[in-house]
Write a protein that binds this ligand. Structure first.
Ligand code: ZN
Length: 503
């Protein structure tokens, strides 16, 4: 077979795989936003059948033959860059699926499906003991998977690589070490500060239609393209991409708390702006996607926190907001509002945590995952370990396991290695923002002027357009000239806390 024919057959095969993914994503979006409750069962069956077909395509003999032929070194070197990267990406995923015996994978799917239901009950009944055997089985299966996949000395690294290619425990130890050293004292200083922001005006009745209008107004200004997206409502906000021309987000409204919808909208829009600006030529390959969970999260945190929780941002937008909510915000100034949305308080629940304490919540989960996967901790000890770490890092102890070790769904789904990407997102976002300040003149002035085009262009050129063409470490290196570095996040948090708490 000629090389041209081989390449075009391979590209068509990949397009078919991607088309299944897209169809499944549309069905999933519909299920979570629009579908009537009675349709859920039938929809789940359809999703199951199509996922099975997709899995067959992704593990077929035919696909393996394409990947083997095209990854032969001389041939690989002669391919165009997009095809070459698609081959390498496809090969990595294929080998990961192929190394697992199908019955092992089946066992994992069944176990995690049961465990998610058990977790829901265990959390409701504050009963860790009932969840414990499921979690033990999941950890055991993860360890077996690592044996099949192989590891380079540190077992946990194999799991990290699935969510953040190339990331290692050594890098994360250093990152979390810095965050622990610098943010734990920061949280203590905040607790002792007499200058706490007033937040009372954030939790007055805020009309939902007006909240929605304000969010849409801001998203348009920051550059979420409504001609290539839409906003709907779901229980848990999310972003889903079918193609750069169709990237949808969801939010949820709290009629008595302005922050809930606004900051979830700016967060999800950050994910969406990334996907909307991937080079459209990558559509139909395996590369039309964010390059990693951590880089994706850096884009949502950048808009949500670094831009939309900054003083220049509220200097620009507070007037518009106060016009929409004159009674709720009577007597409030832009600066008061900025301080209020940056309130810091150690709390029990990760998803309610502020910018400063958030990483400490993640650090606890990281240390526990590492302990379980590297076999230095046991599942039975987790409630005690959890509470000890909460006390040490955050100074608060959960009154029960429901608000402690049982609060997150991730472990019941077997997603070990995922949590650290949340903190990586914060670290990358601060590092990118530092580079932007050097490369875009008048960064803060642009924000204060509501002028976001130069920032968006920078993001598109340096990050978004590449999709998966560059790895996370390549992106960070190309942009900043150094490796991932938590110093910038520490500096950013210290500066903001000093400002908000007048330390
Ligand atoms: Zn996110």
């Amino acid at each position: 077979m000629s090389q041209d024919k081989l390449v075009s057959d391979f590209r068509n095969y990949v397009k078919k795989l991607v088309s299944y993914n897209q169809a499944l994503a549309v069905l999933g979006w519909d299920l979570r936003t629009k579908a009537p409750r009675k349709g859920a069962h039938a929809r789940s069956e359809v999703i199951g059948v199509l996922s099975g077909e997709q899995f067959k395509l992704a593990t077929s003999r035919e696909y393996e033959e394409y990947l083997t032929a095209l990854s032969e070194p001389d041939r690989l070197a002669s391919l165009d860059p997009v095809t070459r990267k698609t081959v390498l990406e496809g090969k990595k995923e294929f080998e990961r699926s192929k190394k697992l015996p199908p019955e092992k994978y089946q066992e994992f799917v069944i176990t995690t499906t049961q465990a998610e239901t058990m977790w829901e009950d265990a959390r409701k009944n504050n009963d860790f003991a009932s969840f414990r055997p499921y979690l033990e089985k999941i950890v055991k299966l993860q360890l077996e998977f690592i044996d099949y996949w192989g590891h380079s000395g540190v077992k946990y690294d194999t799991l990290l690589d699935m969510y953040e290619p190339g990331m290692t425990t050594a890098q994360l130890d250093e990152m979390f070490g810095k965050l622990r050293e610098k943010t734990v004292p920061l949280v203590q200083a905040i607790a002792e500060s007499p200058n706490k922001p007033d937040t009372g005006f954030l939790t007055r009745p805020y009309d939902i239609a007006r909240q929605e209008a304000f969010s849409r107004y801001v998203l348009e200004k920051i550059g979420y393209d409504f001609a290539a997206g839409r906003i709907d409502i779901s229980a848990h906000p999310f972003c889903t991409s079918f193609a750069p021309g169709d990237v949808r987000i969801t939010t949820k409204y709290d009629p008595n708390d302005f922050r809930v919808a606004f900051f979830s909208c700016t967060h999800e829009a950050g994910h969406a702006i990334y996907e909307q600006n991937i080079n459209p030529d990558l559509f139909g390959t395996l590369l039309c996607d964010g390059t990693s969970m951590g880089i994706h999260e850096s884009q949502s945190r950048f808009w949500e926190n670094i831009v939309c929780r900054s003083l220049p941002f509220w200097q620009h937008f507070f007037g518009d907001l106060a016009k929409q909510f004159p009674d709720q915000l009577a007597g409030v100034q832009a600066e008061d509002f900025y301080r209020a949305v940056n309130y810091v308080q150690p709390s029990l629940i990760r998803i309610e945590a502020d910018e400063v304490t958030y990483n400490l919540h993640i650090m606890i989960r990281y240390e526990i995952e590492k302990g379980l996967i590297n076999e230095t901790m046991e599942v039975g000890d987790l409630p005690r370990i959890w509470n000890e770490k909460m006390k040490e890092y955050l100074g608060v102890v959960p009154p029960n396991d429901a608000d402690g070790v049982l609060q997150d769904v991730h472990w019941s789904g077997g997603s070990f290695g995922y949590f650290p990407t949340y903190s990586l997102g914060n670290v990358y976002a601060a590092q990118f923002a530092h580079a932007m300040r050097q490369q875009i003149s008048g960064f803060d002035e642009l924000i204060a002027g509501g002028e976001f085009a130069p920032i968006r262009t920078w993001l598109k050129e340096n990050i978004h357009q590449w999709g998966k063409m560059k790895s996370p470490s390549e992106l960070v290196h190309d942009i900043t000239g150094e490796a991932m570095n938590a110093d910038y996040l520490v500096q950013y948090l210290e500066k903001k806390v000093k400002d908000v708490y007048q330390l």
